[in-house]
Ligand binder design. Structure first.
Ligand code: 5GP
Ligand code: ZN
Length: 115
């Protein structure tokens, strides 16, 4: 399922250019337009899931596939010393695009810890 009004659905469909770094049957990944670290990649399910609060037994395969892709992308990007995976959920969580996405942030020693 896609949402024709959704920015990330449009990126996945190729309607808007993205710096694609990975794609498979379930997952699409591209470089963040406003990188917060030397490596900053967004990993999204091709299925339109609005946010983490909408993950359920029906759609969780798409989320698992995102994490399989995250491991592959991190290796391909040379993040052998580690990285951070971030998900912002909803308004209080600071989510600005309502299509579930995981930020891979790395390529440097990350200093800010939230938890
Ligand atoms: P959020 O704040 O929802 O967790 O993350 C949304 C992310 O999407 C932000 O880091 C923002 O820089 C990125 N972003 C927003 N619009 C675009 C776009 O058109 N292209 C790309 N590559 N990234 C985008
Ligand atoms: Zn979408």
């Amino acid at each position: 399922m896609t949402d024709s009004n959704c920015l990330f659905c449009k990126l996945i469909a190729g309607e808007i250019p993205s710096g694609k770094v990975y794609e498979d049957e379930y997952v699409y990944a591209f470089r963040d337009i406003n990188p917060q670290a030397p490596v900053h990649i967004l990993v999204v399910p091709k299925e339109h899931i609005a946010c983490a609060a909408e993950i359920n037994g029906e759609n969780s395969l798409h989320v698992a596939k995102c994490f399989e892709a995250i491991a592959k992308i991190a290796e391909a990007e040379g993040l052998d010393k580690g990285y951070r995976v971030v998900n912002n959920c909803g308004d209080d969580g600071g989510q600005t695009v309502m299509h579930l996405h995981f930020h891979i942030i790395g390529g440097t020693k990350l200093s800010e810890r939230i938890i």
